[in-house]
Design a protein around this ligand. Structure first.
Ligand code: SF4
Length: 359
């Protein structure tokens, strides 16, 4: 369940599904403890967050969105899409989770109705991104939410979902899960964002689930996180993106790990990520259709790093130039409050401070 970062930091005990534990054992049997596949699983779920004071101090991502004007469970940063935080349950707790310190929650029927009412009134909106937690863990809740959105909001045509369930516990996918996709196949386009951080997670049973979802019309895209000791070497990244290409994933983002409190040891420097992203793009080992955009998740939204994005560095603070504008945010979300890390610049766009990691 996302939201247990505090608990696992205090207890120093992992919270994982039996499948994830068995996957670690399988990696040990097949490759040994001193191998990339073993470390790739171990370091995502079994290496405990630090209890020492850390450089990363975030306790939520997108703090600026927590105000009273919005229905509970909604986040709004961009023009076309809102994020719906449906429930906090996940099969296994990732120790670097950006939602690791959120309170446990599940949307009720009244909250879903309030969201449906909000969606239908906003002429900008076309998409919803359902996240949590892992929305695929509860086909019943997902069905309830999609039924509400289908009924209230004809403007919503695309449903995106963020999930790790196919690699955390593929046995959770039952006829009930697939029935939701069948039921709404003519109403919504489905895109599923998969966070798979090591190629070893793509076991045959996980691949089977992914192919069934594709057969039902869902497009799969990847949002991988760069993690120290998991995938911060070029060979692992090439293998991961190559396998995702074989499975017809759209390679969306390779994220720098967010500066969540207690997770310094999971974070490389932004610079190290840039080196790896450059190697990925120019090695000749990957199809062009397999290459991700290297991106950091700041307090004002995602920032893909291009020439001129990094304005400077002071200690651990990187200042990044964006093309986000405060007036756009306020148009789409009148209650939007600029976070302390962001400043309007002389071009009328926003600069934002992002906390770097260390190699
Ligand atoms: S599956 Fe996603 S939401 Fe759940 S703990 Fe992992 S990163 Fe967080």
């Amino acid at each position: 369940m996302a939201g247990l970062l505090d608990t696992i930091t205090k207890t120093q005990k992992p919270r994982v599904h039996k499948y994830t534990r068995e996957l670690l054992e399988r990696a040990e049997r097949e490759y040994g403890e001193d191998s990339g596949p073993y470390r790739g699983i171990y370091n995502q779920y079994f290496r405990m967050p630090s209890t020492m004071p850390s450089i990363g101090q975030s306790t939520r991502h997108f703090d600026a969105l927590m105000h009273d004007d919005f229905p509970e469970g909604l986040e709004r940063l961009y023009r076309r899409v809102v994020v719906i935080d449906m429930l906090s349950a996940c099969a296994s707790e990732c120790v670097f989770c950006v939602r690791g310190l959120y309170n446990p929650h599940t949307l009720g029927k009244d909250q879903m109705t309030a969201i449906g009412e909000y969606l239908k009134k906003d002429a900008y909106l076309r998409e919803i991104l359902i996240t949590g937690g892992d929305p695929l863990i509860s086909p019943r809740k997902l069905d309830q939410l999609l039924t509400t959105v289908a009924e209230y909001a004809p403007n919503i045509t695309t449903v995106r979902m963020g999930s790790r369930l196919p690699v955390q516990n593929p046995t959770a996918f039952t006829a009930d899960t697939y029935a939701v996709f069948e039921k709404f196949a003519d109403r919504f386009h489905f895109d599923i964002s998969l966070q798979i951080n090591h190629w070893y997670e793509l076991q045959p049973e996980a691949v089977d689930v992914l192919q069934k979802l594709q057969d039902l019309g869902a497009r799969l895209y990847s949002q991988n996180v760069l993690l120290k000791g998991v995938n911060d070497d070029i060979e692992t990244l090439i293998e991961l993106y190559d396998r995702q290409r074989t499975l017809r994933f759209i390679p969306h983002y390779l994220f720098h790990a967010v500066p969540m409190v207690g997770t310094d040891e999971f974070r490389t420097s932004v610079h190290r990520g840039l080196e790896l992203a450059r190697e990925l793009s120019t090695s000749g080992f990957l199809s062009g259709l397999a290459k991700p955009k290297y991106t950091v998740m700041t307090d004002i939204g995602k920032v893909t790093l291009y020439d001129g994005t990094i304005l400077g560095k002071n200690g651990h603070e990187l200042t990044l130039r964006t093309s986000y504008r405060l007036e756009d945010r306020l148009r789409w979300n009148p209650g939007y409050q600029l976070p302390a890390s962001a400043t309007p610049n002389e071009h009328g766009t926003l600069d934002v401070v992002y906390i770097d990691g260390e190699d």
